[in-house]
Design a protein around this ligand. Structure first.
Ligand code: AP5
Length: 195
């Protein structure tokens, strides 16, 4: 199984690259942002709570995210693998993910950390705001989302580096060039495994 975490600040291209990775490696795409937005659309009680948090650009509580994610992941434990997009976002979430996968004797294979500078992130998300319909795509919330990433999510880089699973990808280039960098990293890992 190939289990990838795609990691990076808001607007770094996680969703865009996930779509290409899914197509090439036939993985199951689990985006916690998409899952949480589905819950908002369903207008459930929990959906209303989630909306309030997302609109402010804060993180949804770990347990709630894991519950939503594991409901979906458990169905596909016999697939080619997963791409986790936007999850984990905190160190406790990464521990929860490891435990959930360990129940099925699987683990994270690699973490792709997409690196994009802050002004480029802001410019991309302001451009997307014109027609995304996302209530968190506005200047104030985008700035806050970037700060939340720096304070709460970025520390995970060190966590995965220590595990030897981290691959840094320069995300400032065309979508196809960034994807080529990702496939090179996957190729390098697979070549290393065969030795
Ligand atoms: P989530 O939906 O995960 O959003 P995000 O991390 O803020 O990321 P985005 O979707 O905005 O960007 P992306 O990196 O996917 O880039 P994209 O490909 O779209 O999370 C939203 C909220 O949900 C969070 O704030 C939080 O409240 C909650 N949440 C989610 N997961 C959670 C968790 N695990 N725990 C707690 N709370 C959680 O690209 C962005 C734009 O750039 C697009 O317009 C795209 O076309 C363009 N673009 C992409 N690549 C390039 C390129 N190479 N060059 C130029 N433009 C590009």
């Amino acid at each position: 199984m190939l289990n990838i975490v795609i990691f990076g600040p808001p607007g770094s291209g996680k969703g865009t690259q996930s779509a290409k990775i899914v197509e090439k490696y036939k993985l199951i795409h689990l985006s916690t942002g998409d899952i949480l937005r589905e819950e908002i659309k369903a207008k459930s009680e929990v959906g209303l709570k989630i909306r309030e948090i997302i609109d402010k650009g804060n993180l949804v509580p770990d347990e709630l995210v894991l519950e939503e994610l594991s409901k979906r992941a458990e169905k596909y434990v016999s697939s080619n693998g997963f791409i986790f997009d936007g999850f984990p976002r905190t160190v406790p979430q990464s521990d929860m993910l490891d435990k959930m996968l360990a129940k099925h004797n699987i683990s994270i294979t690699m973490v792709l950390a997409i690196d994009v500078d802050e002004e480029e992130l802001f410019a991309r998300l302001m451009k997307r705001a014109v027609d995304s319909g996302r209530t968190d795509d506005n200047a104030e919330t985008v700035r806050h989302r970037i700060e939340v990433y720096k304070n709460q999510t970025y520390p995970l880089i060190e966590h995965y580096k220590k595990q030897g699973k981290l691959f840094s990808i320069d995300g400032v280039a065309t979508v196809d060039v960034v994807f080529q960098r990702i496939t090179d990293a996957v190729g390098k890992l697979e070549k290393g495994k065969k030795k």
